[in-house]
Design a protein around this ligand. Structure first.
Ligand code: ZN
Length: 293
């Protein structure tokens, strides 16, 4: 984010903060407070890239969230959505892909603080120990987690979720391929952890990467919920099968802007839903900046 954009966002955030706080108090009083879900990819101080956050920034974000929100598991988030009532500000933490370096700092930090989180894994890369396609494309072959690490995570109580076998774009895949990527990754992951896998995250996670067939196949495969990554909130009464996440932007101001519920974002989300119904559009103009699952 360039300086003038950052200053503008800062001014907007500060000016609207009293109103955001008042709205949150009102939502809590009425039981209409949304559950926020954020996604990270890789926490490391070496080989920075658009999906890596350094350790200091990660710690700062977790501290900021911890001082203002309850951390909740997916099961608890869905319980609140299903019940139609949520009176407490809450955040669920997630990671996508399965980067080995997360085991050096981020995972121990969350486990030590007893913060629940969901860890989505692209099974083919973990099983073959091949770098993810997006890292191969950039010439930085970063290591994925090993199957042993994933099994240990699950054994320590972390919710391990599936993120396809090959990190494929399911928005342009055949039904057979979608089936193989969704149901196949569930089977592979269940073999790795020796327990049921309950959640799935669509790679890239934008509107264009998720289709009705993908939702149906995930439901039929036995998943209890699927995640998007285009940016959205989970309100009580919303469909608890679709868990809407936003990017844990390394720029903490952008993350705070999402967490404290930006009215403009809500308006964009509602406008997208309206235009999607009206024209079956892909909603590309509402793609969240710099954020792909
Ligand atoms: Zn991903």
């Amino acid at each position: 984010m360039n300086l003038s954009k950052q200053l503008l966002l800062h001014a907007y955030y500060l000016a609207s903060l009293p109103q955001r706080r008042a709205e949150q108090r009102r939502r809590c009083a009425r039981g209409t407070e949304p559950v926020r879900m954020v996604f990270y990819h890789r926490i490391a101080d070496v080989h920075p890239n658009p999906w890596t956050m350094n350790r200091r920034s990660f710690t700062r974000q977790i501290d900021w969230i911890a001082s203002r929100y309850d951390f909740v598991s997916f099961a608890e988030a869905q319980r609140r959505m299903r019940s139609g009532v949520n009176d407490r500000p809450a955040v669920a933490i997630t990671f996508d892909d399965g980067y080995a370096e997360n085991g050096d700092f981020a995972i121990p930090l969350l486990l030590q603080r007893e913060i629940p989180f969901t860890y989505f894994v692209t099974t083919g890369n973990v099983l073959d120990q091949t770098p993810f396609p997006h890292d191969q494309d950039r010439g930085t072959p970063l290591a994925p987690n090993t199957p042993e690490q994933i099994a240990a995570l699950a054994a320590s109580g972390v919710e391990v979720g599936a993120h396809t076998r090959t990190h494929a774009d399911l928005g342009v895949a055949s039904e057979g391929k979608i089936e193989d990527e969704i149901a196949g990754s569930k089977e592979e992951l269940e073999r790795i952890i020796g327990a049921p896998v309950r959640y799935f995250a669509f790679p890239f996670g934008q509107h264009a990467n998720m289709t009705p067939a993908g939702f149906r196949i995930a439901r039929d495969a036995g998943f209890e919920g699927v995640c998007s990554a285009y940016g959205g909130y989970n309100f009580p009464g919303d469909d608890p099968f679709h868990l809407q996440r936003f990017h844990a932007d390394p720029e903490i101001l952008r993350l705070k802007n999402w967490l404290t519920v930006d009215r403009r974002k809500l308006r964009d989300i509602q406008a997208f839903e309206t235009c999607e119904i009206a024209s079956d559009g892909t909603g590309e103009r509402f793609v969240q900046e710099g954020a792909l699952g």
